[in-house]
Design a protein around this ligand. Structure first.
Ligand code: MG
Length: 232
């Protein structure tokens, strides 16, 4: 195989991420302890608030903290006092204190891909300070020729990264766990894609996987990241 450019997602592809949000959400729901709404109903409300919130505030912990407070205000009969706001913010911001947990086989696989001469670019969405901090703490940065932190992963973002690095679409791939952010918009932009599913993928990233759109465009699915070594 000729050297390829591999754009690689980070959260829930290289390292664990959503599991910490799920824990914080579970703690928030217990803390709210709503008398009328079941935990699933509170969660559904939070999902709606987050969908709206992301449009205004983007991704990241500040946005998540804001969504938890808005959900509290929507559902609680108590007013959101400064003390309550502080407590709710802790549910969100303690996520940043968690060490980066690399998914099994990722380091060895990145080493293999680099040795095979592939051009690796880490491409993640979110708050730049938070995402860059995880890249630094992961110990994986040296495998990548570049790191791109974008506000949203849509077809326009993939075109813009492809333009920036002068990528040839036929030999460039997006690899990640999210149908909505990694696979579908990359295919829409004309890149190839690899879907690496993760059990804990955030519900807002779920979507039906699209089919390739043009002749020669490729879509692979692997069970785990380490299987990339069989394809590249
Ligand atoms: Mg991801």
């Amino acid at each position: 195989m000729l050297p390829q450019t591999l754009l690689i997602d980070a959260d829930d592809t290289l390292w664990e991420n959503n599991v910490y949000f799920e824990r914080s959400i579970a703690d928030f729901i217990s803390f709210l302890n709503h008398r009328e709404y079941a935990p699933e109903q509170v969660r559904e409300r939070l999902n709606e608030v987050e969908r709206e919130n992301i449009r205004k505030h983007g991704y990241g912990l500040a946005s998540f903290a804001h969504a938890l407070c808005s959900t509290f205000e929507c559902l609680s009969l108590e007013p959101l006092t400064p003390e309550l706001r502080e407590t709710i913010h802790r549910f969100a911001h303690r996520i940043a204190e968690h060490p980066v947990e690399i998914i099994a086989g990722v380091s060895e696989t990145l080493q293999h891909l680099q040795r095979r001469g592939h051009h690796l670019i880490l491409m993640t969405k979110g708050a730049p300070v938070e995402q860059n901090s995880k890249v630094e703490r992961s110990g994986l940065k040296d495998y990548f020729a570049a790191v791109e932190v974008v506000a949203e992963k849509n077809a326009a973002a993939y075109h813009s990264v492809a333009d920036k690095y002068g990528l040839d679409y036929e030999v460039s791939w997006m690899i990640g766990n999210s149908p909505r952010s990694d696979v579908n918009p990359a295919l829409e932009a004309g890149l190839n894609a690899v879907f690496v599913p993760h059990d804990m993928t955030w519900v807002l990233e779920h979507e039906e996987i699209s089919a390739p759109r043009k002749n020669g465009q490729r879509l692979l699915q692997v069970q785990k990241f380490a299987e990339l070594a069989l394809h590249f």
